[in-house]
Design a protein around this ligand. Structure first.
Ligand code: AMP
Length: 435
């Protein structure tokens, strides 16, 4: 069969984005850019520097840091054997990579703590639903090294709350908890396990299993029929050692000093051993069941687990997709970005002037639409309207000959005759794309 015949038989195939992934399109992307720009501004004002990380790492890095028993590692990672037969995975979160980078780049030699932020896509093979995707985006901040002074956790929380306030995020609720440390937590976990075992047969299969594997995680349960039983369990706050209790009091006092409102939530836990003391979660309006927009906490034991020196650390991850969803639900979408100027041109001489005008206006920061082929003025003005342009610059042979160009304000239909120099001047004045 000739190549041509083979091609004929092949039906063109339509491709679709993979389940749980999606395209982000304009004008929505303008909101993403705005969110990221404000994050950069605010985080910079708190002394954070940006770190950019690889999107894939050795699978082992995540297995160690997130934990083999977690859903993320046991069933949600996109892993594959690289050619040299090492297993690599698309990153499901950023903290592990930030710690690896801290150790690998000798950042413990820098003045401590080192404050870093990063943003970008993460990958988890979860069941997609509103606010839950397989490729989603996080904005991450970590404070590495230094002490565990309550002011560090409080300032980190203040920073993310300031960010949400600047964005106008609605229905923001901050929950905090203290989960103790290596000294006091094991005793509490033992007590919790004993209490949970007493009611084991009244719990569902997931919780039953977790009593043995990770009893703290039972407190996370959202199952309606388990709530009453869980509410009756002992609270960790009553079992903290004096240092942890003191630290928790300090964090709360620091939050109050900073005017940050919080709610204590004793069921907010992290199931892994290297987490300690402060944990927090922030929820927002308009998101249904997936309403957590930010999760964070202290992880003083992680760096050692990854072969680094003992290093205190705390951080958070914001779910950017959910943040954007909540802003959209509240109508905080920026107006679609129209053009400032549409250049309606006709004739060869006008074309040369139009090229010049487009260059000058763009250099002055205006958004300019410049049609590549000549159109009748009526059609050009119709196009300008459709694109939401504010002005149409009308350039025909008459305008070029007289040196007086016509500027039409599309909303009012008003027309003004201006020389090339004065026209550019009047458009430049405060009418830039970003205004
Ligand atoms: P985690 O890394 O699991 O602590 O998650 C931190 C934040 O990332 C959560 O509060 C969510 O806002 C967001 N997030 C986690 N998983 C997903 C997902 N599959 N889709 C969208 N956002 C997610």
């Amino acid at each position: 069969m000739s190549e041509g015949a083979a091609k004929k038989e092949e039906k063109p195939r339509k491709f679709q984005a993979i389940k749980g992934t999606r395209d982000l399109l304009p004008p929505e992307t303008a909101l993403w850019t705005r969110v990221e720009r404000i994050a950069q501004e605010i985080f910079t004002s708190y002394g954070f520097g940006e770190i950019r990380l690889p999107i894939f790492e050795q699978t082992d890095l995540f297995a160690r840091s997130i934990g083999l028993e977690t859903d993320v590692v046991s069933k949600e990672m996109y892993s594959f054997e690289d050619r040299d037969e090492t297993s690599v995975s698309l990153r499901p979160e950023a903290t592990a990579s930030v710690c690896r980078a801290y150790i690998e780049n000798g950042m413990q030699q820098l003045p401590q703590p080192v404050k870093l932020y990063t943003m970008g896509p993460m990958f988890r093979r979860e069941r997609p639903q509103k606010g839950r995707y397989r490729q989603f985006y996080q904005i991450d901040a970590e404070v590495l090294g230094g002490s565990d002074a309550p002011g560090i956790d409080a300032e980190l929380i203040e920073m993310v709350m300031t960010f949400f306030e600047r964005l106008g995020l609605e229905g923001v609720q901050l929950d905090i908890n203290c989960i103790g440390d290596k000294k006091c937590r094991p005793k509490y976990v033992e007590l919790l396990r004993a209490e949970l075992s007493k009611v084991k047969d009244k719990l569902g299969p997931d919780s039953q299993r977790r009593i043995e594997t990770n009893s703290l995680r039972v407190l996370d349960s959202k199952l309606e029929n388990e709530q009453r039983l869980i509410e009756g369990m002992p609270h960790i706050a009553d079992h903290l050692c004096e240092e942890c209790a003191e630290n928790y009091r300090g964090v709360k006092k620091e939050l109050e000093l900073r005017g940050v409102k919080y709610r204590e939530n004793w069921r907010l836990v992290r199931g892994l051993d290297y987490y300690s003391r402060t944990t927090f979660e922030i929820t927002a309006k308009g998101l249904g069941s997936q309403n957590a927009v930010c999760g964070g906490g202290r992880y003083d034991g992680l760096m050692e687990l990854l072969g680094g020196p003992p290093t205190r650390a705390t951080g958070f991850a914001i779910g950017e997709d959910r943040l954007i969803l909540s802003l959209q639900e509240a109508g905080k979408t920026p107006a679609a970005q129209g053009r400032d100027v549409y250049i309606a041109w006709m004739g060869e001489k006008a074309y040369a002037a139009a090229i010049r005008a487009a260059k000058d206006l763009r250099a002055a920061g205006l958004s300019v639409e410049f049609p590549p082929v000549e159109q009748k003025f009526g059609k050009a003005l119709g196009q300008a309207d459709k694109l939401g342009a504010r002005y149409a610059l009308i350039l025909g042979d008459n305008e070029v000959a007289s040196g007086e160009w016509t500027l039409k304000t599309l909303a009012t239909g008003e027309q003004a005759k201006l020389t090339e120099a004065s026209l550019l001047e009047s458009l430049r004045k405060g009418k830039t794309v970003s205004s």
